[in-house]
Design a binder for this molecule. Sequence first.
Ligand code: A2P
Length: 284
Amino acid sequence: MNHAITLNDGVQIPAVGFGTFLIPPDGSTYTAVLEALQAGYRHIDTATAYYNEEEVGKAVRDSDIPREEIFITSKLWVSHFGYERAKIGIDRSLKKLGMDYMDLYLLHQPYGDVAGAWKALEEAKQAGKIRSIGVSNMTPKIWNTYVPQFSVIPSVNQIECNPYAQQKVIREIMSTSDVKVECWGPLGQGSKELLTNAQITAIGEKYGKNAGQVILRFEVQEGMIVLPKSTNPERIKSNLNIFDFTLTEDEMNIMRSLDTGKTKHDPDAPGVGEYLITNYPIED
Ligand code: A2P
């Protein structure tokens, strides 16, 4: 049901994961994650700064699906960067999730003492607390600043990616080390313009698929991992239902031609790190 991708450290990850950014920790995350697990998702993406790790963990436990059948990703927040702080942040995530390991753990945003935090992730991987480690929101400039210093190459870089923002430059850099792209906002964060694009809906008509399914199928066929997010049960189901059709090379080229080369979020912009640390406070 959910095509597996092999990461550069040999760990297998389901190509479609359920995204939980902005789903509040008021019971909504619990309900949505349980719905997703019942619909067949076996990959859930959360983060310290989504404030909903506890509800993700509870939904996983209450699903009665064995823990090892579900791939869990969380992320270290910038307030826990630096080697010593990161060790605290990793244990904090494990505790909130109520789990003794995470399948993937990412440096959520590339600001502050990135190298120190990464060293702590490398050690936690060694210690069996995390199976795979990765980064997020790294542009070519940020990637080239930090990654050459790392002892262990990241398994993924989770970045904004959708048909209007295909991230071709960083994807090219990452492909040389077989680092997989994870797309956040794979549906353009619900962009109406994208989801009603006439070229995309025309492709969908041929297969009896909606625009969201065509977009996700395109991204997966490009070799990327996608993290669509929804709190609507029908859309939760439909976003996973993309493995019974294949886009032709012509259709892939139509999708590729939609790229504008621009993203909404610019991690290179001045002040982004300071903005994030001020606006997403995390208690220890
Ligand atoms: P909803 O929760 O009402 O389904 P992204 O995954 O790119 O961040 O997009 C998430 C947004 O897109 C949410 O607002 C979600 O709203 C909406 N959404 C999710 N799946 C679909 C879909 N298949 N078609 C249209 N909108 C969708």
